[in-house]
Structure formats: C-alpha cells, structure tokens
Design a protein around this ligand. Structure first.
Ligand code: FES
Length: 172
C-alpha cells in the first residue's frame, strides 16, 4: 500500500518536474545564447580594434610629409598600395590590384608607369589606364594628414573610371 501510494505520489509530481526541467533547460539555452551573443560582440570589437591598428583594412601612418619627394612612388606591400607624391606636392594612395582580374601591378621607375604582369596593362603615375584589356583607372584609398604625418585609410577603397584632380590630397 505504501509502495502504491509512493508510486502514485511520484506520478502526481511528474508534471511539476517536467515543467521545472523545461524551465531550467529553457533558461540554460537562453543563457547560452546570451553568452554567444556577448562573445560575438566582444570578437567584433576585438577585430575592429585590430583593423585600426596600422594594418591593411585600417588607417596606416606611412611617414612625415617631408619624407616623400615630389615625383616619388613608394610601395607598401602590407597596405596593398603605392604612395604617390605627385610633382605639385599632392599625395595619392593607389591600390596595387589591377582592375582587370586582380593581379598585383608593379611600378617601373625608369618608365614612370605601373605595369600589370598578367595581360600587359599599363597605367600612368596617377593610375590612369593606358591600354586594353583594362578600361578603368587603378583604385585608390583616402590620404589625409595629421600634424605632419601622412595617413592612408585602407578601410574604404575608391573605385574610379578615370583619374581626376579630386583624387589627389594636399596638406592644408
Ligand atoms: S589582370 Fe591586369 S591586365 Fe589582366
């Protein structure tokens, strides 16, 4: 009799146990999801901080204005760009990737041109295309100045059809 009533008593508690178990399982899932969201947000903040840390994808400080002579072209492999200081003192950061199929262009100083090794495209020092198969200029990144330092923002690429004077940045 005792045993029977015990069994009955257990059966009577089952819905409560299930509902408590469901509640605990639901709470655990919610906490796990919350933890995953927080970890994801922390990861994004970490990546964002890293991207601003002088690497490609962030803002890169390349040197003092006076470090670059007018008419010079300096390659920054880590930043994926050439820093061009044009004859009148302005600056451009020209992306190294060819707009045709993405090969890395090379600067040939004695010809004063960028050449693409893949399909023989060439570009003038401003990145303007000169021949087929490419029908547009090399892309650029924004150049700006803080105090006397030249900085390049590689987080946003500027796509362009042709070179224009607005693509050149000047220290004010
Ligand atoms: S990839 Fe540069 S010309 Fe084709």
């Amino acid at each position: 009799m005792n045993k029977k009533s015990q069994t009955k008593s257990n059966t009577g508690d089952e819905p409560d146990n299930i509902s408590r178990r469901n509640f605990l399982q639901g709470s655990l899932k919610a906490l796990t999801a919350l933890a995953a969201i927080e970890l994801g947000a922390a990861g994004l903040l970490f990546l964002r901080a890293r991207s601003l840390d002088g690497e490609y994808g962030g803002i890169m400080t390349v040197g003092k204005v006076e470090d670059f002579t007018p008419g010079s072209v300096v390659e920054y492999e880590d930043g994926n760009f050439f820093l061009v200081r044009v004859e009148d003192g302005g600056f451009m950061a020209v992306y190294r990737r060819c707009p045709h199929l993405g090969c890395t262009v090379q600067w040939v100083a004695k010809k004063q041109k960028f050449f693409c090794p893949c399909h023989a495209a060439s570009f003038d020092p401003y990145g303007e295309f000169e021949n087929q198969p490419v029908a547009r200029a090399l892309d650029t990144f924004k150049v700006f100045f803080e105090d006397d330092m030249v900085k390049v923002d590689t987080s946003q690429m500027r796509t362009r059809e042709h070179h224009s004077a607005q693509d050149i940045s000047y220290q004010s």
